[in-house]
Design a protein. Sequence first.
Length: 462
Amino acid sequence: MSAMYEVVLRGGIVVTGAMEGLADIGIEDGVVAQLGGSMEGRREIDATGLHVLPGGIDVHVHLSTPHEQRPGEEVWVDDFRSGSQAAVAGGVTTIGNMTFQRAGESLHAALERDHELAREQALIDYVLHPVVTDPRPEVVAEIPQLAAEGHTSIKVFMVFPEFDSRIAEYTRAIAAAGRAGSLTMIHCEDSNAIHCACEALLAAGRGQLSNFPASRPVFAEQVAAQRAVGICRSTGAPMYVVHLSSQAALDVCRDARADGVPLLVETRPIYLHLTEERFAEPDAGKYVGAPALRSGSDRSRLWNGLRAADIQTCCTDHAPWNLRQKLDPSLNVATARQGVADLETMLPMLLSEGVGPGQLTPSRFVEVTSTNAAKLFGLYPGKGTIAVGSDADLVVWDLSDRRTVDGARMRSRAGYSVYDGWEVTGWPAMTLSRGEVIFEQGVISGRPGRGRWLRRGPTQPL
């Protein structure tokens, strides 16, 4: 007798990081209960001719403000509600938000503040990464406590001016994270190099946003990556370089990994699809991100890095502003608003530009967008794969669906996309989160607040 399940997906081509093949999927109580074989469902979903992949895991988003908003101050425009709506439509079912420690605040207090927002707003499951902005001893003492409570990551910004003056304290925080089984996410740009570049540009009358790439030179990322390797070697703590953009920095990380240093690498979609030539366009400010866009040779090296596993993940660093904010004429290279909306476009773009032309296999796509992040951030095998017992976070993809990107019609409140006008082939037809259909044929049915905070274990090897 066939087993009866709440939902059965039939006839889809199932893809994981390890396999690809036709298989029916039975879902019960939010998890995969059966993969292949005879089964029946109270709801049957026909996925014939479509691909079924694990939901994307974007561990690098900004959906809460980094500091208390002052009257009249503008901040990025998405929150957990609009951000998770964009994620759902783009095939992402788990997000990791950067939660900034504010002046005088403990890491626990910062996390609770964002928990309150996410519990009310998030449509999908989430984790929170505490950003260490003040590594005083009592804050460092929180790190093992947080790990025991299921927060097994911290975030550090080398680009903050305070990093250099407090390097010993930051190193102690990173070491404490490593001992606790936590992963340190690190933004690798040298603040002094950027400060000098900005000063020189402004003094020369070249402060316009079109010169932004010159204000964030490759060597600022390269030297910071070298310092991160040094910290990683001296502490033995695993570290995760976020949004790596250049060949020079990738070479530093690759060589360190080859020598046994526990250093992981993330890149970001804009570095795979866009180059610094975009800053010659009249609306150059909309392309501002940190690090800046790089050359075509850097872009090619990043694609090679994804194929060769020199890069472990691709995540968005989703931090969107609307176009008026980005193109504000009062801004210059030092004050430019950094960040773009990418939660709805990351996976379709990577599928179209990567898997479509054969740059990535479907299984490698799953690894860099789901499985690897689940392992590195202590979520696997509950997340990041399709297997009996795993959460039924599934995306049904129509690889023949061709659309023109139009940010004005997408779910982010940014109202535009840096890829506007691009022809993209391959879009989600349906997204399931814990077995619940929350997006189908362009309609979001998931309710705000249904997302769950995920308790995490230690970093796992790839």
